[in-house]
Structure formats: C-alpha cells, structure tokens
Design a protein around this ligand. Structure first.
Ligand code: DGY
Length: 327
C-alpha cells in the first residue's frame, strides 16, 4: 500500500503471525517478517527498525524502558499485537510523535474463557488431578480425598469491569455465581447486569469466594493484589489472573497459598514471565498456564488483522481505529 504520495510503507513484524495475517501484511506493505520466530533482542529490533516506518510487535517482546526513546526517527507507528500495552510507554511515544495502537475487542471471549478455565481448574484440582492420572496414582482416590471446591453458586469478585471483566461475569452467571466488581467507576446498568459495585477494592474482598483479576496493568493497579488485600479475602478463597502478573504481589500470593489462607490460585500471567517465581512450581494448589488467554487461531488471526487495519489507516493518513496515543 502506498501512503498518500509516497512509497509503500515498510513494516517490521517482530514475531511469526498466523499465515493469513502474514499473507495480508506481505501483500500490503514492504515487510520484514520473522519466519523462524526467533525472539529478537531489543537491540536487534532497534537496528532493524532503522529501515522501517512502522513496527508490528507483541507484548512478548522484551523491550525495556528505553526502547521508545531509542527508536530511529523513521518509525512513525507501533501496532502492538495485544490489548494490553504496559510493555510500551505511551508518554514516551507521544513525546516522540509515534502513534501506538492495540487490539481491543477481538480477544475478549478467548481471554474470558481462560479465566473460567482457571477458576474451574484451580477450584476442582485440574493440575493435581491430571498429575494423579499421568503418574498412575488413581488408586489414591477415596470418597473423601482428594477434593476440590465448588464453583457453582459461589461469589465472584471481578477487579476491572471492562470488556473482559464483563465477559467473565456473563460466563460466571451461567454457573449461578453472584457477581461483585471493583473498578474506578461503576459501569452502565446494562453492562453491570445486576453485579454489585464496590467503590473500594477492600470492601469487595470480604464478600467474595473467587477473585478474578481483569484490569489493565497501570501504576495504580500494579501490586494491588498484595498481602493486605489477600488477608481481606475469606479463608479458602481462590484467586485467578488473566490480566498481567505485576498486579499481584508474588510473595503475598505464595504465602497465602502456602499457609492455606487461600485454597488455590489459577494463573495465566506472571510478573517477569516467562521467568516465573520458581516457588509456584512447588505448590500443589496452583493451576498454571503460559499466558495463553488469546491463544486460539481465530483470536490470534483477528488480532493480527486488527494490527494491519490500524497500520493501513495510519499510513493512509487516517486516525487508526485503536489509537492509544493522543493524535
Ligand atoms: C493481550 O492482548 O494483552 C494479551 O495478554 C496478550 O499479550
């Protein structure tokens, strides 16, 4: 595609994408793909960026705090293949006049499905049950052990009632769960659908059996699920996280799981992933996944196409639909 009066823009794609996405981006821009999917270092991305006008990168790229200030002047837009953009500094991008776009909406259902999987898996012992079968320990099961906890009919507290939080609530209602939520402000009544709003996070916690973390990672939410918050949950509560690892304090969560204050946790995201706190591996009451909230072909393809839509709009001189930076 040629931007108004210029040559076809050059786009660097840092990770392997779904085949239909790669075909479309290769047909639209002058593109550098990563067919071997070798994770690139920050310095490699910066070096390659000099020959490109735009970047299509992911939240899996390890960019570091000085990434945007170090970008060459050729880069005018970053399309991140993720709804979360905590791996990019928006103020730094704005200061450099670089547009940033994300992929909201298309991964809502897939991520909410994983939140339910985590709730069910953590509560009903999916990982220890799976291990028992693989290790041929079925004979250890009795009528009273091992046992999980009920999900149906329990109280769910959602931290962050955006698209994904609301989609988690919709699914949880099918399990007869009572829905509570905390967010900066209440959502519209048609979106809350009867969920109880708690203006203070601390006020929600004693009233729930499950806590699902569904907010963005921001300076305000980082470390929000800390020892003080976990202590307010009833004994035997379960915590699941499909948002970002740094919203939860690992020391506090691990201590609460080890002491039995929390019955279990289900985690798809971790601070510092993929190098997770090794103590999680030694806990039997955790159900762990490798950040696969959006990992279905349909969702990953839709995310890729959204990135291309945004890049096309930008290079045509239009405002991209998912622009995060101030225009
Ligand atoms: C997102 O889109 O933010 C997912 O967590 C994948 O990074």
């Amino acid at each position: 595609m040629a931007a108004a009066g210029t040559e076809t823009p050059r786009v660097l794609v840092t990770r392997k994408m779904m085949p239909d996405v790669e075909r479309r981006i290769a047909a639209t821009f002058r593109v550098t793909l990563n067919p071997d999917d070798r994770p690139m270092t920050r310095d490699e991305i910066l070096r390659l960026a000099a020959a490109h006008d735009g970047l299509l990168l992911t939240s899996f790229d390890k960019l570091g705090p000085e990434f945007i200030p170090s970008l060459p002047p050729s880069i005018r837009i970053i399309a991140t293949h993720s709804v979360g953009y905590d791996h990019l500094s928006i103020p730094q991008a704005e200061a450099k006049g670089i547009a940033v776009t994300n992929t909201p909406g298309v991964l809502t259902d897939a991520t909410a499905d994983i939140a339910l999987l985590l709730m069910l898996g953590a509560a009903r012992g999916a990982s220890w049950g799976d291990r028992m079968v693989r290790e041929d320990r079925w004979g250890e099961t009795t009528l009273v052990s091992p046992m999980g906890l009920d999900v149906s009919g329990q109280r769910l507290g959602i931290l962050g009632m955006g698209r994904i939080g609301q989609a988690v609530a919709r699914r949880a209602r099918a399990f007869g769960m009572a829905i509570h939520y905390h967010a900066r402000r209440p959502v519209a009544a048609e979106d809350a659908r009867g969920a109880a709003y708690h203006a203070r996070f601390a006020d929600m916690l004693p009233n729930i059996d499950f806590l699902s973390v569904n907010c963005a990672s921001t300076p305000e939410t980082r470390g929000m699920v800390n020892a003080e918050a976990l202590a307010l949950l009833p004994k035997g509560a379960i915590v699941v996280n499909t948002a970002r690892g740094d919203i939860v304090e690992d020391d506090a969560l691990i201590a609460a799981l080890a002491s039995g204050h929390l019955a279990a946790a289900g985690l798809d995201v971790f601070k510092g992933e993929p190098r997770i706190d090794p103590r999680y591996r030694g806990l039997d009451n955790v159900f762990l996944l490798p950040h696969i909230g959006s990992a279905t072909p349909r969702t990953r393809s839709a995310m890729g196409h959204k990135c291309i839509d945004n890049l096309e709009q930008f290079f045509r001189g239009e405002r991209p639909a998912d622009l995060i930076t101030r225009a």
